[in-house]
Design a protein around this ligand. Structure first.
Ligand code: BT5
Length: 243
């Protein structure tokens, strides 16, 4: 598996670039944007990145999988990010798409897909805060970066290359029908045993199951939450804590 890295200086969004150009790109292209000016999160949310300080890139994948397996790719990326960042610092995976250091977000994942009668493009956008130490007011308490935590400058290209090594291992393993990534997600589950809000109800997170769904306890009953079905936007601390 060869990842072909293309770096461009400036673009509104690496995901958007791939969406508009994937027909001309090779499968497994990595599009790395140095200054992403209008980064996107899920729904209408934005991904902020100070020019040149962070990694904002997207992978263009074309796996032969069913649409119900797509959320697993988010977990594979989460586990690969965990394997990359945990060499430097203690971190954990917040299902389904965030990387956390303590209680702050250091990375986010945005999957988008293009379907015709089959999956034409799976666009996996990844933002990792690397050398940014000042964040806008609305992010000060919820965002962190490697440099903010460790007070050292990181080489972004090194982190990208290390991520691709980790991702290749877990993605290949998955394409062979295995799920090494799941163990990593289960063992480093930021939400485990936490009470979170879902649908304005307080629920408790128990596990992540074989299908990559979040197992929760709601009023004494065990249930599963699917990717995309919910936004776990309040980790319960007895106060408002919107993402
Ligand atoms: C995500 O969305 O976390 C997915 C972020 C994906 C960003 C990458 S960068 C490369 C690629 N190209 C794109 O255009 N996007 C992808 P979500 O779970 O919806 O979280 C978004 C929320 O995270 C925002 O509403 C903010 O509260 C917060 N946020 C924004 N920028 C952040 C940052 N740099 N660090 C931590 N949190 C941030």
């Amino acid at each position: 598996m060869k990842f072909n890295i293309i770096t461009i200086q400036e673009h509104p969004s690496s995901n958007l670039y791939i969406k508009e150009n994937y027909k001309e790109l090779e499968e497994n292209t990595v599009l790395n944007v140095v200054n992403q000016t209008n980064g996107r999160g899920r729904g209408q949310r934005k991904w902020e990145a100070e020019p040149g300080k962070n990694l904002t890139f997207s992978l263009y994948l074309k796996p032969q999988i069913n649409s119900n397996q797509i959320p697993l790719i988010s977990l594979i990326i989460g586990a690969s990010l965990y394997n990359t960042l945990s060499k430097y610092i203690k971190c954990s995976i917040k299902w389904p798409n965030d990387l956390m250091i303590n209680d702050q977000k250091v990375g986010g994942i945005l999957l988008e897909s293009v379907f015709s009668d089959h999956l034409e493009a799976l666009i996996c956008g990844i933002g990792i805060n690397i050398n940014q130490i000042n964040f806008p007011d609305d992010l000060i308490i919820k965002a962190t970066s490697l440099k903010k935590e460790l007070a050292i400058d990181f080489n972004k290209d090194d982190i990208l290359n290390q991520f691709l090594v980790e991702f290749e291992l877990l993605y290949r393993d998955f394409l062979l029908g295995n799920n090494q990534f799941l163990k990593i997600c289960k063992e480093n589950n930021y939400l485990i045993n936490k009470e979170v809000y879902y649908d304005n109800k307080k629920i408790k997170v128990i596990d992540i199951n074989e299908n990559g769904n979040l197992v929760i306890e709601d009023n004494g009953q065990t249930k599963e939450l699917y990717y995309g079905e919910v936004t776990l936007n309040k980790v319960y601390k007895g106060e408002n804590d919107e993402r």
